[in-house]
Design a protein around this ligand. Structure first.
Ligand code: PNS
Length: 164
């Protein structure tokens, strides 16, 4: 069985993430979307909230072979423990490349068996990032079209910013 692992902060999931997730789901028998607990970024949603938003999104899009989990510790350890065929990362632009390349090579150094593959979202989604969406929402801008509808609702509620 081919098992994919799509890790990230997903704070929150964007339509760019969703596009990559849908592409990855077609490539594997099972795709695990893994929300990281241990990364350097300060998150506005808790891991439980991010997992719940992803689960809702996965259900809405009827992605039946996708499972959402939170994970602690090193990604490669998780991948090894769950017999993952490949780790999937989204690559939006050249600016993503340096960090992604470093991470893929470091993960390979830690565990040579763990393969990383990169998928690109639709080009019209490449400028979207969780960070920018949060900033727009915080300042009262329109976020519909950048994140799934359930996420837009949750983000406005979290930031206490009503829709204009
Ligand atoms: O969505 P992000 O923030 O770009 O995802 C980064 C993530 C969560 C995939 C990365 O920080 C990670 O793998 N964290 C788990 C801890 C780990 O294994 N760190 C070493 C990476 S080389």
């Amino acid at each position: 069985m081919r098992k994919g692992l799509y890790p990230g902060s997903f704070d929150p999931i964007t339509n760019g993430h969703l596009d990559v997730l849908q592409r990855a789901a077609k490539l594997f028998d099972e795709l695990i979307v893994a929300v990281a607990l241990d990364n350097q970024k300060a998150s506005i949603f808790s891991v439980e909230e991010r997992v719940a938003l992803l689960e809702e999104t996965v259900k809405l899009h009827q992605l039946e072979n996708v499972r959402v989990v939170g994970f602690k510790g090193l990604l490669v350890e998780y991948a090894m423990q769950h017999q993952v065929t490949a780790v999937v990362r989204g690559l939006r632009a050249v600016s993503d490349f340096e960090f992604e390349f470093q991470m893929a090579l470091m993960n390979r150094k830690l565990h040579p068996e763990v393969e990383t593959i990169f998928l690109t979202p639709k080009e019209e989604l490449t400028y979207i990032s969780s960070r920018i969406v949060k900033e727009i929402a915080r300042l009262g801008g329109e976020i519909e079209g950048f994140v799934p509808d359930n996420v837009a609702l949750a983000l406005r509620a979290k930031l206490n910013v009503p829709k204009k």
